[in-house]
Write a protein that binds this ligand. Structure first.
Ligand SMILES: [Zn+2]
Length: 373
């Protein structure tokens, strides 16, 4: 299996924000080029990379996003440098003094937060920034923290969401490219997910994927009871907005089943991940059969777990912190996606419908004989 870790570390070196994905996209395209995988970009900058060979039973798409919550400067005036939060970060995690990294004058420069104020618009947050000289409207930035660190079994990063999804899809795509079985796998790397599934919606709206494609969204999503770190990737039956498609889930289940057959230590979970939305929801609105794969995530959107759990906060305050995932869950996600691309080559074995119909056949006569009471 292609190792997703070095690719994750590489992507993590290029901070991104909604609408500011150019650097991370460039790193992604270099990885695709180095593996000889062809790619295109749609008019909105979403990246589509496709491995197609033979006549597989089912065409698949795997979707992840390149952006992560961050901020942009909206005005520089008599009251200072004013910014706007891009993406959902709880205001409790943005105390005065929060260190920032700002792209100003073409360079990353240190900055810090003076204050974060709730806006009249629900969820919107205005930031007052102690910015480097020369800051201007249109500059942008991220929270200052390590881009990527391996800490025992944990990977701590600013943006597990969704670079871990991108890296596990890349690994599956590279495995598919190196294989010899029938496959039609499109990896879709989108922009501006954190602004409201924008890139994914535009890909779906343009019909860039054939309509019989099954779409698998791959995301880090807040860990929940029943979706725990280190217990394997989570087959995601839905998100906070909608439930997904059983036929699409069946492809993931079949792949997970064949991994378990070959390796009794194989671990995967199955859960409704209601901690947020994911891009499967956008594709579902346009008639695609969708499902999801999630990596249980700590410090979701850089907000310390304690803020969500309403446990007592540390005295130094709940400032933004790196997200973290379990290394085994990432490796498991890459493995499961790789196997899913293989399993889609032929028809699915022994579906639930076949089992139900066999039972119905067995008991049909008995039910008919006793139909009258
Ligand atoms: Zn997110």
């Amino acid at each position: 299996m292609t190792d997703p870790l070095p690719m994750l570390a590489r992507l993590a070196q290029t901070p991104a924000a909604p609408f500011r994905e150019a650097d991370v996209a460039r790193a992604l395209l270099l990885l695709l080029d180095s593996a000889g995988i062809p790619w295109t970009r749609d008019p909105f900058g979403n990246v589509l990379a496709r491995v197609q060979r033979g006549a597989p039973h089912q065409a698949l798409a795997m979707v992840a996003h390149l952006d992560h919550p961050a901020f942009e400067v909206t005005a520089v005036n008599h009251s200072g440098v004013i910014g706007k939060l891009l993406g959902g970060v709880r205001i409790e995690a943005l105390p005065a003094g929060t260190p920032l990294r700002m792209m100003t004058g073409g360079w990353w420069q240190p900055a810090s937060l003076l204050a974060a104020d709730p806006d009249a618009q629900p969820g919107a947050v205005t930031l007052h920034i102690d910015a480097p000289a020369g800051a201007k409207a249109g500059d942008w930035g991220v929270w200052e923290m390590p881009d990527y660190a391996e800490d025992g079994a944990l990977l701590r990063m600013r943006a597990c969401d969704d670079l871990a999804g991108c890296a596990s899809i890349l690994a599956a795509l590279m495995d598919a490219a190196a294989g010899d079985w029938p496959v039609d796998l499109t990896a879709v790397f989108t922009r501006a997910e954190e602004a409201g599934l924008v890139g994914a919606t535009l890909v779906a709206q343009q019909g860039l994927l054939p309509h019989d494609t099954m779409v698998i969204s791959v995301e880090s999503s807040r860990q929940l009871p029943g979706a725990l770190q280190g217990a394997g990737p989570v087959i995601r039956v839905g998100d906070v907005r909608s439930t997904f498609h059983p036929a699409a889930e069946a492809v993931l289940q079949a792949a997970s089943g064949s991994l378990r057959e070959a390796d009794p230590a194989w671990k995967a979970q199955r859960q409704l991940m209601s901690g947020g939305t994911c891009e499967a929801t956008a594709f579902a609105q346009f008639g695609y059969r969708v499902t999801g794969l999630a990596l249980p995530l700590g410090n979701y959107h850089n907000v310390p777990d304690a803020v969500y759990d309403s446990t007592p906060l540390p005295p130094e305050g709940p400032a933004v912190a790196p997200e973290y995932i379990h290394r085994d869950d990432l490796l498991g996600a890459a493995r499961l996606l790789g196997q899913t691309a293989r399993s889609a080559a032929g028809p699915l074995p022994d579906t639930a419908k076949a089992r139900l119909e066999a039972l119905a056949d067995e008991y049909r006569d008995r039910l008919q004989a006793s139909a009258g009471g």
